[in-house]
Design a protein around this ligand. Sequence first.
Ligand code: PRP
Ligand code: ADE
Length: 177
Amino acid sequence: MLADRIAASLVSIPDFPTPGVLFRDLAGIYADPELFGASVAELSQRFTGRFDAVLAVEARGFVLGAALARHEARPLILARKPGKLPGEVLEESYSLEYGTNTLQIGRQAVFPGTRVLVVDDLLATGGTFAAAARLVSAAGGTVAGMAALVSLAGLGAERTLGGHDVVSLCEVPAAGS
Ligand SMILES: O=P(O)(O)OC[C@H]1O[C@H](OP(=O)(O)OP(=O)(O)O)[C@H](O)[C@@H]1O
Ligand SMILES: Nc1ncnc2[nH]cnc12
């Protein structure tokens, strides 16, 4: 099963980047072209025909987002960390498992009415996905769904993202849960 293969490829690093966090390194998925390809194909299939564009979250979300957008021949929109985008931006701040951050998109990056699939490598608390969804809404788009390779159970993402169609291919425990 795909979920088992993804789980087996994960490397878990205790206390990174901060004490108490069990960091799940997804590099093994990208290092395996067959596994990465099967993962992209599965996520594409789950959302096919239901989105007009992909919004990918910097930095690790860019890898999966680009592959998914290309696979479904859809435009790719990049949500950047602060200070990277020229011109007028929309921005949303959020908390995640190990801190706080802000995401920005260009003010004109989402054409109003566009159905946007939000893509990231990993879902933990859901703070990042929620901020990306607020950016899509602020730009006049609608959130078609949220796609990740891996999700961490026990951090409350279901509550944070309630109402959104969230798909992750493999769920593993967060530290201590
Ligand atoms: O569900 P959440 O609690 O919001 O956490 C998930 C986010 O955390 C990681 O990104 P990180 O902020 O570490 O940035 P990076 O991709 O630049 O490494 C990951 O790539 C997700 O974007
Ligand atoms: N535990 C974790 N491992 C990898 N990426 C993360 N992003 C947020 N929490 C994470």
